[in-house]
Design a protein around this ligand. Sequence first.
Ligand code: G3H
Ligand code: ZN
Length: 287
Amino acid sequence: MLVSAKEMLTKAKEGKYAVGQFNINNLEWTKMVLTTAQENNSPVILGVSEGAGKYMCGYKTIVGMVNGMLEEMKITVPVALHLDHGSYEGALKCIEAGFSSVMFDGSHYGIDENIEKTKEIIRIAFAKGISVEAEVGSIGGEEDGVIGAGEVADPAECKRIADLGVTMLAAGIGNVHGKYPENWKGLNFEVLAEIQKLTSGMPLVLHGGTGIPQDMIKTAISLGVSKINVNTECQLTFAAATRKYIEQGKDLQGKGFDPRKLLAPGCEAIRQTVKEKMELFGSVNKA
Ligand code: G3H
Ligand code: ZN
């Protein structure tokens, strides 16, 4: 059964580790993330962007697929199904469709409008036991059509959003979606520490988890980050493994063109990437 992200993140915050959110794109992605979570006895959050939602034929299709997998694959670790960077309308649709967690990304609104809309989503989601993530500041780069200026969050604004009682808070601290540029200055830990101080027990979320050096991940967790989002890195490793299979001509040998064979190396690459992240985040054996 799907669960809200609240309990797993409260435990992560207390235990000083982070739960990974891994974005899904199709059946193979979902199967591999769930399999890896179960193998490593780790809680996990399946992230769905609005673009991936459309690609997978809508939120109800995704809920049906994930619930079916939880039952048929006998997944017993805590799993949350979470809308990633949702619009107001998207969040309402996911709440209706059976997601157990939603992000309302109001970071492109002024802070007052962000607060008003977040408050409304909280009211509707909490009535159904669904967790809510809000965002202040913005994440640089682009993810599935969501473009951010990379504006570092104002800790006072973070406190205003945290005071609404959101389950978890994403703050822009110099993090970027996709690959980090070579001249990247790193995460702004001063701002992160200030946000943690002002928002006390609130689990914080680090977006743009692809390619952040290990020591920065550890420091971020020590400063209250309890959820880390990873998307691009699974796509990169999946693509590299698939390219290798095709370049070796394996798709032309025997039944190598069968999609179940063609996609297998990419699936293994996702398993490896997710496992490495769970180990780095410290969520292994925390289910
Ligand atoms: O919302 C999802 C993430 O922030 C993923 O970022 O693609 O850089 O790993 P990433
Ligand atoms: Zn993100």
